[in-house]
Design a protein around this ligand. Structure first.
Ligand code: CMC
Length: 436
């Protein structure tokens, strides 16, 4: 290849031996240009090899932009800091789905449309009762979101834009109800129905923490904090779970089932499960004095231990979400009068030490969003097993927005990666009696 990013070249030349091919270079609005290899196999008989997709753009998208070197995250062009400071989650949902911030009338209409879909089919509660009480809430969420595909047959014709939008609204509206049900079931308390005169975040807190025998008053500062946490998690371009949703959806699968696939992917500790893992790690470290021991382990290649909540595939700078999360964490602890949280002390000191350590500096490993989210969510009253559920709740809009964008792309085809085959070449079947 002899074209370099930023040279404004319109094509790259691939030379193998004495043969050359011209590959088009395409430009986005911002960010790296791409070499379009869509016709490479047809022209050369070669595949490209990029496990983990570190150098591969899998699609065109106009939803979210990340500049990992500068620590920038934009939803439809708007910086995450501005949205988290001044907007609310449903406004962010509208922005991600429709591409523009809503007017006051559009916002009121959107809030109304989401709100009137917050209840789930009553039979869903019986579905929940089939689970063991000690089931992980993510297991329950994967299953219950997948089960929505069995309940809402009037919104699964993905060729119909209106049905696509109804399915999208239903998912945004019902996911807090299902998440709260997963929590209530795990602690043996009755399910709480949604209350539609509350805003999205307050309704969720109430469904999680109210009980029929007592009045529950939502604390507006805590509700604002959870709303902001939802904004921070709403989308993150082509991460593992989003790519999962797109791949599942590329076959024309039921939208609810596609989101369930995204939830399954998010569950892993390298992705959404990291907030749970980060808090567990802080607990395991236990005291500021033991930090050096864990830093040493994180750097030891023979030890599988990693600093959870540190490092990111895309951010090679401070994750902008982590900064807002850190601020939110202090606000929540302040509001709840938690003056001394030993885990926060460990986190602050761990961050300080790691950011001065050559190993982390050289590899550009900074705290990511999950580093402070666990402490915040725990202070809000959520058990660790619910952390990834909250991530899934917030990310649902991003998954849906990306799924819709994919379906609406006229060039959309089923996703079908190829491989570098390293197995046995063709050989003949040997009857069992003759095998050694
Ligand atoms: N602790 C210690 N070393 C690390 C860490 C860490 N958390 N993360 C990366 N490294 C090292 C890694 O060992 C490698 O070192 P070397 O070059 O000497 O082999 C180097 O840094 C590059 O790491 P990588 O594994 O090639 O990076 P990746 O882009 O494949 O992985 C990651 C990104 C997020 C999976 C990884 O940083 C990690 O496992 N972090 C901990 C889990 C975590 O916090 N995940 C949440 C991500 S943010 C939320 C989300 O988007 O889901």
């Amino acid at each position: 290849m002899d074209a370099i990013n930023g040279t404004s070249a319109t094509s790259a030349t691939l030379t193998i031996g004495d043969q050359s091919w011209e590959l088009p270079i395409r430009q986005g609005t911002i960010g790296p240009e791409v070499v379009d290899i869509g016709k490479l196999y047809g022209q050369t008989g070669l595949f490209t090899y990029d496990p983990g997709f570190t150098s591969t753009a899998s699609c065109e998208s106009s939803i979210t932009y990340i500049d990992g070197d500068e620590g920038v995250l934009l939803y439809r062009g708007y910086p995450i800091e501005q949205l988290a400071e001044s907007g609310d989650f449903l406004e962010t949902c509208y922005l991600l789905l429709y591409g523009e911030l809503p007017t006051a009338a559009q916002k009121a209409d959107f809030d109304y449309r989401v709100t009137r879909h917050t209840m789930v089919h009553e039979q869903m509660s019986r579905f929940f009762h089939g689970f063991r009480r000690d089931a992980h809430p993510m297991a329950v969420l994967v299953a219950s979101v997948g089960a929505l595909s069995a309940f809402y047959h009037d919104s699964i014709d993905i060729a119909d834009p209106q049905q696509r939008m109804i399915a999208s609204i239903r998912m945004i509206a019902k996911i807090p109800t299902l998440a709260a049900m997963a929590y209530k079931y795990s602690i043996g308390q009755p399910f709480v129905y949604p209350k539609n005169d509350l805003d999205y975040a307050s309704n969720f807190l109430r469904m999680c923490f109210s009980v029929p025998c007592e009045d529950y008053k939502v604390n507006p500062i805590l509700s604002r904090a959870i709303d902001r946490i939802f904004i921070l998690h709403a989308d993150h371009e082509q991460n593992a779970s989003t790519s999962t949703v797109r791949l599942a959806g590329s076959s024309g699968a039921n939208p609810f089932a596609c989101i369930a696939a995204g939830i399954a992917c998010l569950w892993g500790p390298a992705h959404g499960g990291a907030n749970e893992a980060a808090l567990k790690m802080l607990g395991e470290i236990g005291s500021v004095e033991r930090i050096p021991e864990y830093i040493k382990r994180a750097k030891d290649k023979n030890d599988p231990f990693r600093l959870m909540g540190f490092g990111h595939r895309v951010y090679k700078n401070y994750d902008p979400r982590a900064k807002i999360m850190q601020k939110t964490c202090h606000e929540v602890l302040g509001e709840l009068g938690i003056k001394d949280d030993p885990l926060l002390d460990i986190a602050v000191e761990l961050e300080r030490i790691a950011l001065q350590d050559e190993y982390f500096v050289e590899r550009k490993l900074y705290p990511n969003i999950d580093f402070y989210s666990g402490i915040t969510l725990r202070a809000l009253g959520f058990p660790t097993s619910m952390f990834t559920v909250l991530f899934a709740l917030a990310r649902t809009v991003g998954w849906i927005g990306q799924w819709k964008e994919m379906i609406e792309d006229p060039g959309q085809r089923i996703g079908r990666p190829r491989q570098l085959y390293t197995g046995a070449p063709q050989r003949d079947y040997v009857p069992i009696a003759r095998r050694k």
